[in-house]
Design a protein around this ligand. Structure first.
Ligand code: FO1
Length: 306
C-alpha cells in the first residue's frame, strides 16, 4: 500500500509515525512543511522536517514536542553569554543537523537531497520530502504588524491574534522532486492533524501539490486537529475561530474544500456538523494504541471510499 501524508510539526509527525507502524514503511511518503524554516545564527533550521525525522527515529524530546531527547545546551549558553541570538533554542545534538544541512545548501545541494541523506543516516524508513526545494516562508498578519512565523510562534508565543496568513515564495515554488510522483502513485492521500493554516497551508500553497490533490483519483482523508473544539497543542483552534468562523469539524473541512473525501474526527466532536463524510474515533495519538486507532481509521475510511 502506498500512502502519502502531508504533515506539519507534532500532529504531522504523530500521524506519520502511526502510518509507518501500520503499513510497510517503505510505502509511506511524508511531505513536510517548510514554511516554518528559519535562519538562526547563520544556520538553516527546518523545524517541521526535523520534528518528523526525530519522532520517527525515536529521537524526539516528547515532553517539549520538538528538538532532541537527551539534549544539552552548551553551545547555546555560549551564544547567550556572547549576546548572540538565543531566543530560538538550538541544542547541541540538534545543531549537528543544522550544520550539515546548512553546509550542503551552501554547496548547492537541494533541501530534498540533504534531507534524504540525513534521514537515511538516522535510519528513517519512509521517504521524507520537503514540499518544495524553493524558499517558502510563512508570515502572519497581526494587530502588531506582519510577523515572520517563528517570531510570532516562539518569540511572541503566538499570543498575537492572526488576521491573515501569507506564504512568501509559494506562488513560484515547484514541488520538490518525488512529491508529484508519490502523489500520483499513491493509493491514499492523508492530511495530518496539523494546523490547517500554518502547517498544511504552506504545503497546499505550492500550486503543483494543490493541483495534484484536486485531480486525485484515490481517496484523500484528513484527520481533524480538534478534540472537543480545542487543539491538542498550539494556536489551531484560535485561528479557526478567528479566520474560519468556528472551532468545529466544518471549519476544518472548509480549509480542505475539494481536496479531501472524508474527515476523521474525535468522538468529542461527533455531534457537530462536518460538511463531509466523517469517521469518528478517539484521535489523540499519545501512545501506540492511539496511533494504531487513528491509522486504522484513516486506512479503513480510504478502503470504504474506494
Ligand atoms: N519551539 C519553541 O517553542 N521554542 C524554541 O526555542 C524552539 C526551538 C526549536 C529548535 C529547533 C526545532 O526544530 C524546533 C524548535 N521549536 C521551538 C519548535 C518550532 O518552533 C515549532 O514547533 C514548529 O515550527 C511548529 O510546527
Amino acid at each position: 500500500m502506498r500512502v502519502v501524508v502531508l504533515a506539519g510539526g507534532l500532529g504531522g509527525s504523530r500521524l506519520a509515525r502511526a502510518l509507518a507502524e501500520s503499513i510497510d514503511p517503505a510505502g509511506l511518503t511524508i511531505v513536510g512543511n517548510v514554511g516554518d524554516d528559519v535562519e538562526i545564527l547563520g544556520l538553516h533550521v527546518s523545524p517541521d522536517l526535523d520534528t518528523i525525522l526525530y519522532t520517527l527515529t525515536g529521537r524526539l524530546d516528547e515532553t517539549k514536542g520538538w528538538g532532541r531527547a537527551g539534549e544539552t545546551w552548551n553551545a547555546l549558553e555560549t551564544v547567550a553569554e556572547l549576546g548572540g541570538e538565543s531566543w530560538f533554542r538550538l541544542g547541541d545534538l540538534d545543531l549537528g543537523v543544522h550544520l550539515v544541512r546548512t553546509e550542503a545548501l551552501r554547496r548547492g545541494e537541494p533541501l530534498s537531497a540533504v534531507t534524504d541523506r540525513i534521514a537515511r543516516a538516522f535510519g528513517l524508513e519512509p521517504a521524507l520530502l520537503p514540499a518544495t526545494d524553493e524558499r517558502v516562508r510563512t508570515w502572519l498578519a497581526t494587530p502588531a504588524g506582519e510577523l515572520p512565523f517563528q517570531e510570532w510562534f516562539v518569540a511572541r508565543r503566538h499570543r498575537d491574534e492572526v488576521d491573515g496568513v501569507r506564504f512568501e515564495g509559494a506562488e513560484a515554488a515547484r514541488p520538490a522532486p518525488g512529491v508529484l510522483e508519490a502523489l500520483e502513485a499513491a493509493d491514499l492521500i492523508a492530511i495530518a492533524p496539523s494546523n490547517p493554516f500554518v502547517s498544511i497551508g504552506p504545503i497546499l500553497a505550492v500550486a503543483g501539490i494543490r493541483e495534484a490533490l484536486e485531480r486525485r483519483t484515490v481517496p484523500a482523508v484528513a484527520v481533524s486537529p480538534l478534540i472537543g473544539g480545542e487543539a491538542v497543542r498550539g494556536p489551531a483552534a484560535r485561528m479557526l475561530a478567528r479566520l474560519g468562523g468556528g472551532t468545529g469539524p466544518e471549519q476544518v473541512t472548509d480549509r480542505y474544500k475539494g481536496l479531501i473525501d472524508a474527515l476523521v474526527i474525535d468522538e468529542a466532536d461527533a455531534d457537530e456538523a462536518a460538511g463531509i463524510r466523517t469517521i469518528v474515533t478517539r484521535t489523540l495519538m499519545e501512545d501506540a494504541e492511539g496511533r494504531q486507532r487513528v491509522a486504522e481509521a484513516v486506512l479503513e475510511s480510504a478502503a470504504a471510499l474506494r
